[in-house]
Design a binder for this molecule. Sequence first.
Ligand code: ZN
Ligand code: ZN
Length: 107
Amino acid sequence: MFLGWVLEAGLIMFLLLFLGWIFGPKEEPVVCDQSCKRPTSSQAHCSMCHRTYSRASVFDLHRRNGECLDPTSIGLVERDQVWRRPLSERGAARLADIRQERERDRP
Ligand SMILES: [Zn+2]
Ligand SMILES: [Zn+2]
């Protein structure tokens, strides 16, 4: 009698676990709206704020303390629904500097 009860309980537990495994919540990838810009392989899409970033490094910029920052507040610009670093005058000047230095170092 007792053994039968244990077996039965065990069977029910197993069944529940099995059903839970089949119908239970799975770790599905975050479902995005149709409106979300699908990232290319080099881009990163944020599952929190649903913005797409041009690079993983740009994505990292907007995440701080586990929260999403407003991209405009960190100087990012949007083009074609993708947030990216602006090619600022300063950035362009710096690139030119580096290029010049390389030219100079050339034998
Ligand atoms: Zn985000
Ligand atoms: Zn999304």
